[in-house]
Each structure stands twice: as structure tokens, then as C-alpha cells.
Design a protein around this ligand. Structure first.
Ligand SMILES: *Cc1c(COP(=O)(O)O)cnc(C)c1O
Length: 350
């Protein structure tokens, strides 16, 4: 830390992304990327747009918002697009959390929430999951605080039903409830239609997982017109060109051919079911994930030593050195061939 850093950031500990080691070729099952490349139409659109990079991108995001609104059945006034969904989440923490509106989220969830709360100097409360690792929606009723829930949750993959989310929305009418749907396309049920009924709902999504565009950095949010206005005030106060030209083109092309992404999500879902039953046959406890990963615990070997053993043999998974979940591994679902490698290395280790 330099002597120049503002005191307000002196105790900040940043989010630690999954490792991206360069020392060898790994079977990479640790950051929930898609194992499939973007469609050829997306690649072509990006190539074409590259020739116009001397010009700024469209600060109104017009074409992309139109495509998102069409695909999700909402009005363009109800959509914002951002540099990854991390950015819309950051905007939401900036806009809706402070001493008067503390943030609330589960004690086991996406690690970025607590980092954003600290970044914006907002108090936060972490509500424990139930013993079966699910979220008890009743813990979130009438809180009068700003609520963040990943649905499906990370790293468990477990979901809340739309009825449960409705209850949370209804009982917190004076606070924003953010539903982070990064993984919804792998079997969850989207809350986007509820934005028409609840003016306190913000649903966030990403092109990073089911749409094979993690490296393009494209996220989005759906909410009432007023909430979108707030978020745009922050967007235009930080970086009006937050989504670059090539990424805008990639997003529009990707939505035009969403069947390509849907087919890939179906493949992931089928592979997930197969790997889950193979792990269960090996005695693992495997949560009922509706995401593009499995969260699983070996009956005998510690999470850390399994993680290290797999890594040594060229298979990367995610391990969280944290109480309660320290013996679990989060295993991204890759191609069938990648998962076969994972399973055979795992059997060797066991
Ligand atoms: C991956 C992820 C995100 C962020 O994705 P971006 O790549 O920034 O769009 C947000 N929330 C959860 C729960 C995630 O797992």
C-alpha cells in the first residue's frame, strides 16, 4: 500500500477470482466458464466491429437494450447493460446500500457481495444458510434492508422458488431486492417477469456463463424504470462507455442466435446429471445444483487435499478454504470429454 491511498480503502481486501495458472494446460473446471466457444455469428460480428474501434461505443446501448428487451419480453426502459454483471451489482451496492440501508445476503454466496459492501462503506449482515445449504426465504421477510440473493445460489447451485421470491419482495416494499441470475439458464426459474409487479426488484444476468462470453464482459439488469434510471445515473457518472463496441456487437449477435446458447445449456444440464450420479456412486454428497457446476463433498478425503491432488494431475476445480464448506469442491461442468478426464483422475486419487 502506498502512503497516498485514501484511508477509506486502507482495509479493503479485494475479491479473489478463481486462479488462471499459466504453468501448464489444465482441464479448467474452476471458474464456471462455458466449455463451448461463442457461435460463428458472434465471432464474425466482433471481427467486423473491430474495424470501427476509432469510434466510441454507443453510450445509450440502443441496439443491445432492444435485443435484450425483445428476448426477455420487457420494455427497453426496464433494461441496463454493463461491463460484466459485476458492474451492475457494483452499481446496485453503490445506489442502494449505506448505513441507513445495510446490505443483507447469505453467509455462503457469491464472494463479491461482501467486497462491494466494504468498497462502498456499507454495513452488511450475512444470514446463515440452513443445514442442508439451502436459503430459508423466511429469514428475509420484513427486513427493511437491501437484499442480495443469487438464484441459483453460488457455490451451492440451490434455488429459491418464484413464490418464495415474491414473498421476499412483498414484505420489503421499501427496499430493493436484487436477484442475481448468473446461472438461471441451467435450470432455474427467472424472476424477470416479476419486475412488472414489484417496483423494488432488480434482476441481474450475465453473458459469461450460458452465453460463452466471459471474456467479453457483458452483464445486464432488469427492473422498474425508476431503478434503471438510478443505475444509469451512476453509469453516466462513472463510465458512459462502459460496454465496448466489440462486446456490444457480440451481445446483439448472441441474442439473435440464442438457440445456440440454449442448446449448449442443455448439453451442460445433461452432463451435470451424469457426473452427479457418478459422484454419488463414489459416495460423494452432491447438492441438487441448477447451475453449470456441482458442489460436492467426498466421504473420506478433505476438500483441500482433493483439490490439490486434482491440480497436480492437471484438473482445476474450485476449493473455498472456509468453514462449513471447506470439504466441498465446486466443479464446473465442462464437455463430456473433460468430465471423463476429471472422473478418471478423481478415481485414481481415491
Ligand atoms: C459469475 C458470476 C457473476 C459475475 O459475472 P460477470 O462475469 O461479471 O458477468 C455474478 N454473480 C454470480 C453469482 C456469479 O457466479
Amino acid at each position: 500500500m502506498s502512503k497516498f491511498l485514501s484511508e477509506k480503502f486502507s482495509s479493503l481486501s479485494p475479491y479473489v477470482p478463481g486462479e488462471q495458472p499459466k504453468d501448464m494446460q489444465y482441464v479448467k473446471l474452476n471458474t464456471n466458464e462455458s466449455p463451448f466457444p461463442p457461435s460463428q455469428a458472434v465471432i464474425n460480428a466482433v471481427k467486423e466491429e473491430a474495424g470501427k474501434l476509432q469510434l466510441y461505443s454507443d453510450p445509450d446501448l440502443t441496439e443491445l437494450l432492444k435485443s435484450l428487451a425483445e428476448v426477455y419480453g420487457v420494455d427497453t426502459k426496464n433494461v441496463i447493460a454493463t461491463n460484466g454483471s459485476d458492474e451492475v451489482l457494483n452499481f446496485a451496492f453503490m445506489a442502494y446500500t449505506d448505513k441507513a440501508h445495510p446490505a443483507v445476503f447469505p453467509n455462503i454466496t457469491y464472494g463479491f457481495y461482501s467486497v462491494f459492501a466494504k468498497l462502498h462503506n456499507s454495513p452488511f449482515i450475512e444470514i446463515p444458510l440452513k443445514e442442508d445449504f439451502s436459503i430459508d426465504y423466511k429469514d428475509y421477510l420484513g427486513l427493511n434492508k437491501t437484499i442480495f440473493i443469487a438464484n441459483p445460489n453460488a457455490p451451492t447451485g440451490l434455488t429459491l422458488s418464484l413464490d418464495e421470491i415474491r414473498e421476499i419482495l412483498r414484505s420489503n416494499p421499501d427496499n430493493v431486492v436484487v436477484i442475481d441470475e448468473a446461472y438461471v439458464d441451467f435450470g432455474g426459474e427467472s424472476a424477470v417477469p416479476l419486475i412488472k409487479e414489484y417496483d423494488n426488484l432488480l434482476v441481474t444476468g450475465t453473458f459469461s456463463k450460458s452465453r460463452s462470453l466471459a471474456g467479453a464482459r457483458l452483464g445486464f439488469g432488469f427492473a422498474s424504470e425508476k431503478i434503471i434510471e438510478d443505475l444509469n445515473t451512476i453509469r453516466f457518472s462513472t463510465n458512459p462507455y462502459n460496454v465496448n463496441r466489440m462486446t456490444l456487437a457480440a451481445g446483439v449477435a448472441s441474442l439473435k442466435e440464442d438457440s445456440y446458447n440454449k442448446k449448449n445449456a442443455e448439453k451442460i444440464i445433461a452432463t451435470r446429471a451424469r457426473v452427479k450420479s457418478e459422484l454419488e456412486a463414489l459416495g460423494f454428497t452432491v447438492l441438487d445444483s441448477k447451475a453449470n457446476f456441482l458442489f460436492a463433498k467426498s466421504p473420506g478425503v478433505s476438500g483441500k487435499s482433493l483439490y490439490l491432488g486434482l491440480k497436480e494431475k492437471g484438473v482445476l476445480v474450485r476449493h473455498f478454504d472456509k468453514e462449513i464448506i471447506g470439504d466441498f469442491l465446486r466443479i464446473t461442468i465442462g464437455t463430456d470429454a473433460q468430465m471423463d478426464t476429471f472422473l478418471s483422475v478423481l478415481k485414481e486419487l481415491l
